[in-house]
Design a protein around this ligand. Structure first.
Ligand SMILES: [Zn+2]
Ligand SMILES: [Zn+2]
Length: 140
């Protein structure tokens, strides 16, 4: 498995009403923050950072929830699958690796916000570097 891929890959929500395509990825990481936990219902969330211009909606629309000022989380309004994390001032958006059709096309390279990591997640990708808060690491 490589952290990179050359052809566009697609993803979508559980019910199929929302479909998207990404054509480039700059980083992939596990997030352990409390907000991702609430938004997903999972103990940690694998995200991929994608240049804004490399994220394309293929079908349907995302509903948006502003989880912090200037931060919108996009999800399927029908089935609730979390798809997108969008900070207005950033040149990249993040997509949930778990909603890709082939999630193993990407492998997270590090963890962020491990200051909030749950005990149950300690075995998760434990060989990867851990960062207690943000980290700007990019894919090789
Ligand atoms: Zn859906
Ligand atoms: Zn998070």
């Amino acid at each position: 498995m490589s952290g990179r891929f050359r052809t566009p890959i697609e993803g979508g929500c559980l019910c199929g009403q929302v479909r998207y395509r990404i054509s480039s990825v700059t980083s992939a990481f596990w997030c352990h923050c409390t907000m991702c936990r609430r938004a997903s219902g999972a103990s940690a969330v694998p995200w991929a950072s994608v240049p804004r211009g490399a994220f394309h909606m293929v079908r349907g629309m995302l509903r948006q929830f502003e989880s912090s000022p200037g931060v919108r989380r996009g999800f399927c309004g029908a089935c609730g699958s979390p798809i997108l994390f969008d900070m207005a001032q950033e040149s990249e958006v993040d997509i949930t690796i778990g909603t890709l059709d082939q999630p193993d096309a990407l492998s997270p390279t590090h963890h962020i916000w491990t200051g909030s990591q749950l005990n149950m997640s300690h075995g998760l990708g434990s060989a990867l570097p851990h960062h207690p808060a943000e980290c700007g690491a990019k894919l090789p």
